[in-house]
Ligand binder design. Structure first.
Ligand SMILES: Nc1ncnc2c1ncn2[C@@H]1O[C@H](COP(=O)(O)OP(=O)(O)OP(=O)(O)O)[C@@H](O)[C@H]1O
Length: 305
């Protein structure tokens, strides 16, 4: 099966609340795709629709070209971690996985392999009810990996993990993508996915507000803004606006200039002998770029409360 998720024009309402409003994106194999957006953006609902747990009113969600309901032995096609709490507390980790494995014609050897892969072998015979959230996350990942699927979907997988667990999770996701799998990872925090994801799908208000590489998102947010530090702000402003730029006074002796490249600004200031100590192309942080993209969606939610 091809490692790909295709989501197209999903719409879904819960009562008067629009959860999905034309959600569309594609998740390709061989990379980690971060699915980010503020709380309520529709990430979990999208994942539930992809897995056939919720029905959309419009649109389609395909895994390897087929809707979930038409997948044969689904565990071998897609692995998912949605709610790490969803285990029978009285069952041991190993029995939980054995039960899942048997339902899909998989053997005990595979269960022991995945327990090892997620570092749970020492706790394999302990009851899952006594597990920490981090251990439950690992058990959830083990379940997702059981059928060795080409597509993986993980909802907030680092939730509850300690720093060591987070590093482990990042490494695991990267290695799964390196094996050619399509890996979709959601988070409401950009900081949780920015070091792991190759590609970003940014959601807000039930739709995609950006579908981009990490590098392009930073470039887009910082486009055309240059910080100029000068003891002669009025003079610099006059020269630069005359050349067609917009200059806004910032902190101290800085100007934020848009509409001209840094090299051109230097040339213009030099030509008119305007003193300056620094001309720096603005480089937005990924967090700032994310806030800029999703700010509307957050405000919208606050306003409707
Ligand atoms: N079962 C439900 N019943 C009613 N409303 C729901 C239900 N599930 C989701 N919603 C609503 O749909 C919208 C999208 O929610 P969803 O959980 O998909 O967002 P999310 O991006 O995953 O957010 P979070 O990061 O908080 O999980 C929200 O407004 C939410 O309140």
């Amino acid at each position: 099966m091809q490692a790909i998720i295709e989501v197209s024009g999903l719409r879904k309402r819960f009562g008067r609340n629009t959860a999905l409003d034309g959600m569309s994106f594609t998740v390709l194999g061989g990379q980690v795709t971060g699915f980010v957006g503020p709380n309520g953006a529709g990430k979990s609902t999208t994942m539930r629709v992809i897995l056939g747990l919720d029905a959309a009113e419009e649109g389609s969600a395909l895994i390897g070209g087929l809707p979930y309901a038409r997948l044969r032995r689904p565990l071998t096609q897609v692995g998912a971690l949605l709610d790490a709490g969803a285990v029978q507390p009285g069952r041991t980790a190993r029995n939980h996985l054995l039960w899942l494995a048997h339902s899909q014609g998989l053997g005990a050897r595979r269960v022991d392999e995945v327990l090892d892969e997620v570092g749970l072998s020492p706790a394999a015979r302990r009851k899952a009810g006594g597990f920490s959230l981090g251990m439950r996350q690992r058990l959830g990942i083990a379940a997702a990996l059981l059928g060795d699927p080409p597509v993986l979907m993980l909802d907030e997988p680092v939730n509850g993990l300690d720093p060591e667990g987070i590093v482990w999770m990042r490494g695991l996701l990267r290695s799964l993508a390196a094996q050619g799998r399509a890996v979709l990872v959601s988070s409401h925090l950009m900081s949780e996915v920015q070091d792991t994801a190759d590609h970003l799908v940014v959601a807000g208000r039930g739709r995609v507000v950006a579908d981009t590489s990490v590098a392009d998102l930073i470039a887009r947010a910082s486009r055309g803004r240059v910080t100029v530090r000068t003891p002669a702000r009025p003079q610099a402003t006059a020269v630069l606006t005359h050349a067609g730029a917009t200059a806004v006074a910032g902190d101290g002796d800085t100007l934020t200039v848009s509409g001209l490249a840094a090299e051109r600004i230097v040339a213009l200031l030099n030509a008119d002998a305007v003193p300056f100590s620094e001309v720096a192309a603005h480089r937005a942080t990924l967090e700032a770029a994310y806030m800029e993209l999703t700010g509307d969606a957050v405000e919208f939610r606050e306003a409707t409360r």
